[in-house]
Design a protein around this ligand. Structure first.
Ligand SMILES: [Zn+2]
Length: 329
């Protein structure tokens, strides 16, 4: 009987092994603690930047060149941060046939410098690469060309993983992307690279500061064709189930605070851990209120983080991850 249950090797579910792949992921997956190991710090790298620029509304967060990125990560490590999420913006945008040499340079330089002292996640999407700023490629009539989009996205994911990215984080919300990325990674000797999908991602008003930083404002239309409608609950949960079925190792809701009612539901339905992304508008709201003397930044962050954890978020991506240690995590 046992023999009959044997699966071909390429069908074996390696999720549990993938999430044990490094110390930082093991700590991030611990369900008995809530510590700074559960936080992920976004980092913005831009090929055209000479001097680092603070991102409007996001206190202590910058758009940086590669040199400043390495310095920043070094400081962050000394402040107890080990999980980083890279957003890389190249100088040249294109319609297709993207040049990823800057991405490869950034990822390999960061990994060469810090090796296993960090857990490096890389955001995978087309919006910082395309000349129109959308997360997909289009047909002539502006309908989404899913086949070529998935080919590009999975190819990009492979290149990031080969350059040294520890985690692949697709954020585009295209049907089939997780499945395609998993297939390409598995066929490229990268079967132990985890995919942590932005699985329930709403079309939201709270992404403003981020779009300026990541240069990802669409030049026409909006993202309602492929991001979720915040009025929908069942569709939002189904989107995460889709990513789970396609082979995601962990899932994510975004924005965090407007999605906390969904986290435990998604976790129950998929048996996967679910994180929350405290997005730029959420973080900026707290920073700007503090600037006006309306609240205490550290106490307010602490409250939002505990609320996300109470809602069963396993990890939190936040622009304040580098403050977690001094706040007491
Ligand atoms: Zn995108």
């Amino acid at each position: 009987m046992i023999g009959k249950m044997r699966l071909p090797m390429n069908n074996v579910d390696k999720k549990l092994h993938r999430l044990k792949g490094n110390k930082f992921l093991r700590d991030l997956c611990s369900e008995t603690d809530f510590t700074r190991s559960n936080f992920v710090q976004p980092i913005f790298v831009n090929e055209t930047i000479t001097n680092k620029e603070e991102i409007l509304g996001l206190k202590d967060n910058f758009v940086m060149n590669l040199d400043d990125t390495l310095k920043q990560i070094n400081v962050d490590i000394s402040n107890g941060v080990n999980n980083f999420l890279l957003f890389i913006s190249p100088k040249n945008k294109a319609q297709n046939s993207f040049n990823l040499s800057f991405h490869e340079q950034v990822i390999s330089s960061v990994k060469d410098e810090f090796k296993n002292d960090i857990n490096l996640w890389t955001d995978v999407c087309l919006c910082s690469l395309t000349d129109h700023g959308h997360c997909c490629l289009f047909n002539n009539d502006h309908s989404i060309n899913l086949d070529t989009t998935l080919l590009e996205i999975s190819n990009i994911a492979r290149i990031y993983a080969e350059a040294g990215s520890d985690v692949i984080a697709p954020s585009d919300m295209m049907d089939g992307r997780t499945l395609k990325i998993r297939e390409v990674l598995d066929n490229s000797n990268l079967s132990m690279t985890p995919i942590i999908s932005y699985s329930t991602k709403f079309s939201s008003n709270f992404y403003g500061p981020f779009r300026n930083a990541a240069e990802s404002t669409p030049s026409f239309g909006d993202r309602k064709q492929y991001q979720l409608d915040y009025r929908s609950k069942s569709e939002a949960i189904r989107a995460s189930i889709r990513c789970a079925e396609e082979g995601a190792d962990m899932l994510m809701v975004k924005p965090g605070i407007t999605s906390i009612d969904l986290i435990s539901n998604i976790k129950d339905k998929t048996n996967l851990m679910v994180g929350a992304y405290q997005v730029s508008g959420e973080y900026a709201g707290i920073c700007l209120s503090e600037e006006k003397g309306l609240l205490n930044l550290e106490e307010a962050l602490k409250e939002t983080w505990h609320v996300m954890r109470r809602a069963e978020a396993q990890f939190i991506i936040t622009y304040g991850a580098r403050l977690a240690k001094q706040i007491g995590f």
